[in-house]
Design a protein around this ligand. Structure first.
Ligand SMILES: CC(=O)SCCNC(=O)CCNC(=O)[C@H](O)C(C)(C)COP(=O)(O)OP(=O)(O)OC[C@H]1O[C@@H](n2cnc3c(N)ncnc32)[C@H](O)[C@@H]1OP(=O)(O)O
Ligand SMILES: CC(=O)C(=O)O
Length: 529
C-alpha cells in the first residue's frame, strides 16, 4: 500500500501567526506542492472564510494538478443539526473536491466542555457526517482532534470515535496531536494500544503532529515506523503556534533514512527550491538553519570538518546535499584551518593545492583579522581579494591607488544635511580628482569614486550598492570599539559582498567600497576603455 503524503500548508500552515495567503498565493502554493509530488493538498475550509471558498471555486478551472488531489477541510456536523441541513457540511460538498477531511472531537473532555454535548451525540455527528460525504461520492478522512490527550484520559471513548468513523466509511482516521505535547515514545505506545483495542490495522491510520515539544517531525516518523501510512505535514513546518511537522524534513527522513518511497521519482531534489519559493509566498524569511533545505544545512565552519571534507564530503555530511537540491558550503572564519581556506578558494575558482605557503599565510591573516573584528563569513568577495593578494606574483591588478579622500557633512539652515566627498586617485598613471554630493558620507564617497573611475572603466556605472550593514563591535582589553561594515553590490547579474573594519565608520565603509569596486571590475567582462 502506498504512503499518503498529505500537505496542509494551505490550511494548518495558514494558521501560523503572520501568514495571510491571498487566493492567488494559495493557487501558487498548490502548484508548487504538486510539483514537489505530495499526494494530497488540503486547500482550506470552504464556507468558513470567503478566500477559501473562492480558492476552491477557482481551483476547479485554474489548477491542473499532476500528482496531488485537492482536499476540502471542515468539521463534523453541528450537534443537534441534520447533516443535510448543516451549511458548513454543504459548503464542503460545494467545493467539489474528491477528498474531504473533517475534524472530529475525540477527547471526551472536549466533547462535553467545548462542544457541550454528549459522547453519544458526538459519535453520531462523526457517523452522520462521514456517511453523508461518502454517499455524495467523497473519500472521507477524519482528523481526530486531541487524539493522544483524549486516549490517555479515556482510551475507550477515543477508540470509539475511531471505530465510529471507520464503520461509517472513512478511508483514513488521523490521530492528531493537537496540543503538540507528545514525545515519540508516547506516540508509538498509543498507536500500539489503539490498534490492539480497535482491531484497526495501523496502515489505515494517519498522523498529524503539532510542534509544541519540537518533536513534530520525530513524532511523525515514529508513527510511520509504527505502521502508519498517512502523514500530514506543512511546508517549512508552518502552522498554529510553533507549527506543524515540516514536510521537507519528514519526507527526506522517510525516504533517505528509512528507505521508504513516499514521493514520485525526481521530486525530492526539488525540496530546497520549493521550500524557498514557499517561504517567499508566505512572506517569511527562509530559515537558514532548517534541516535538509536551509542555506546553512550543509555549511561547515570548523577547520576540522573541512580537513576531512577535503578527503570525502560524506565524512562530515549526513547525506549528499544535492539529493535534496541543496549545496555544501565552506565558511571562512577564525575557526578555519588550511583545509577550509583551500576548499573555500576552490569554491571561488582558485586552486591553492600547489601553494602551501599561501594557504598558511591566508589562514593566519584571516585568524588575525577576525580577532580584530573582521568577518569573512558573509564577505566572499573580500576573502577572494585577500587570497589573490597573497598568491605568488599577486594576480590581481588594483584598478586604482588612493592618494587621499575627504568627506564633509554640512547641516544647512533649512535643516537639510548634505555630504560632499572629494577623492584623489591614480588610475592607469593618470591623477584624477573628483567631487560629488550624496545623502550621506558613504553615498558621497561612492559617487565621487565612481566619477573618478568611470572615464577608464565605463561599465562601473552598472554597479549598484544594494545593501549596507553596520555593526559596532565592543572593544576588548581597553581598546576602542570598532565598526564593521558589510556592503552588498550588484551589477544586475550577480551580487557580491565585501567587508571593512575600522574605528572610524567612514574608513570602514571606504575599505568595503574599494573592495566592492575592485572585485566588480576584476570580475566583469566588459573591456576597460
Ligand atoms: C485543531 C484545528 O486547528 S482545526 C482547524 C481550526 N480552524 C479554524 O478554526 C479556522 C477557521 N474557523 C472559522 O472561520 C470559524 O471558527 C468557523 C467559521 C469555523 C466557526 O465560526 P463560528 O460559527 O462563529 O463559531 P466559533 O468559531 O465561535 O465556535 C466554533 C463552533 O464550532 C463547534 N465545533 C468545534 N469543533 C467542532 C467539531 N469537530 N464538530 C462540530 N462542531 C464543532 C463549537 O462547538 C462551536 O459551536 P457553537 O458556535 O455552537 O458554540
Ligand atoms: C486538525 C488539526 O489541525 C489538529 O488537530 O491539530
Amino acid at each position: 500500500m502506498d504512503y499518503q503524503v498529505f500537505d496542509t500548508t494551505l490550511r494548518d500552515g495558514g494558521q501560523r501567526e503572520g501568514i495571510s495567503y491571498t487566493v492567488a498565493d494559495k493557487l501558487a502554493v498548490a502548484r508548487l506542492l504538486d510539483e514537489f509530488g505530495v499526494g494530497f493538498i488540503e486547500g482550506g475550509w470552504p464556507g468558513a472564510m470567503p478566500k477559501d471558498t473562492e480558492f476552491f471555486e477557482r481551483a476547479k478551472t485554474e489548477l491542473d494538478l499532476k500528482h496531488a488531489v485537492l482536499v476540502a477541510f471542515g468539521a463534523t456536523r453541528k450537534a443537534g443539526v441534520d447533516v443535510a441541513e448543516d451549511p458548513q457540511v454543504k459548503a464542503l460538498l460545494d467545493a467539489e473536491t474528491p477528498v474531504v477531511c473533517v475534524v472530529a472531537k475525540s477527547d471526551i473532555r472536549h466533547v462535553e466542555r467545548a462542544l457541550r454535548t454528549t459522547g453519544e451525540e458526538n459519535l453520531d455527528m462523526v457517523r452522520d457526517t462521514v456517511r453523508h460525504l461518502v454517499a455524495n461520492g467523497r473519500r472521507a478522512f477524519v482528523d481526530c482532534e486531541h487524539f493522544f490527550d483524549g486516549f490517555r484520559h479515556d482510551p475507550e471513548y477515543t477508540a470509539s470515535v475511531v471505530k465510529a468513523a471507520f464503520e461509517a466509511g472513512a478511508e483514513r482516521v488521523v490521530m492528531c496531536d493537537t496540543n503538540g505535547g507528545m514525545l515519540p515514545s508516547m506516540v508509538t505506545k498509543a498507536i500500539e494500544q489503539v490498534v490492539a483495542m480497535t482491531g484497526v490495522s495501523a496502515d489505515r491510520l494517519g498522523i498529524h503532529c503539532q510542534n509544541d515539544t519540537a518533536c513534530a517531525v520525530a513524532n511523525t516518523v515514529a508513527a510511520v515506523e509504527a505502521g502508519v501510512r498517512h502523514f500530514q505535514c506543512t511546508a517549512n513546518g508552518y502552522g498554529e503556534r510553533p507549527g506543524n511537522a515540516d514536510l521537507f524534513a519528514v519526507v527526506s527522513n522517510l525516504q533517505l533514512k528509512l528507505g521508504l518511497k513516499v514521493l514520485p521519482d525526481g521530486c525530492l531534489e526539488k525540496a530546497t527550491r520549493v521550500s524557498t519559493a514557499l517561504a517567499e509566498i508566505a512572506n517569511i524569511a527562509p530559515d537558514t538553519h532548517q534541516a535538509y533545505v536551509g542555506a546553512a544545512a550543509f555549511a561547515h565552519k570548523a577547520g576540522l570538518h573541512a580537513s576531512a571534507i577535503k578527503v570525502d564530503p560524506l565524512l562530515y555530511n549526513h547525506i549528499d546535499p544535492s539529493v535534496v537540491g541543496n549545496d555544501m558550503r565552506i565558511l571562512v572564519t577564525e575557526m578555519a584551518g588550511r583545509a577550509s581556506i583551500e576548499l573555500k578558494s576552490r569554491e571561488l575558482g582558485l586552486d591553492l593545492a600547489g601553494h602551501p605557503d599561501t594557504l598558511t599565510k591566508v589562514t593566519r591573516k584571516v585568524k588575525d583579522l577576525e580577532a580584530t573584528g573582521w568577518s569573512f563569513e558573509a564577505a566572499d568577495a573580500s576573502f577572494e581579494l585577500l587570497v589573490r593578494s597573497e598568491l605568488p606574483g599577486a594576480d590581481l591588478a588594483r584598478p586604482f591607488t588612493l592618494e587621499s579622500y575627504r568627506v564633509l557633512v554640512e547641516h544647512r539652515e533649512d535643516g537639510t544635511v548634505i555630504s560632499e566627498a572629494t577623492v584623489k586617485v591614480r588610475v592607469r598613471g593618470e591623477r584624477v580628482i573628483a567631487t560629488a554630493e550624496g545623502n550621506g558620507p558613504v553615498n558621497a564617497l561612492d559617487e565621487a569614486l565612481r566619477t573618478a573611475l568611470t572615464g577608464h572603466y565605463p561599465h562601473l556605472r552598472s554597479f549598484e550598492l544594494t545593501d549596507y550593514k553596520v555593526r559596532i563591535l565592543e572593544g576588548s582589553h581597553g581598546t576602542n570599539a570598532v565598526t564593521r561594515v558589510l556592503l552588498e553590490t550588484s551589477d544586475h547579474n550577480r551580487e557580491w559582498t565585501t567587508v571593512g573594519v575600522h574605528e572610524n565608520i567612514v574608513e570602514a565603509s571606504w575599505t568595503a567600497l574599494v573592495d566592492a569596486l575592485t572585485y566588480g571590475l576584476a570580475r566583469t567582462s566588459a573591456p576597460a576603455s
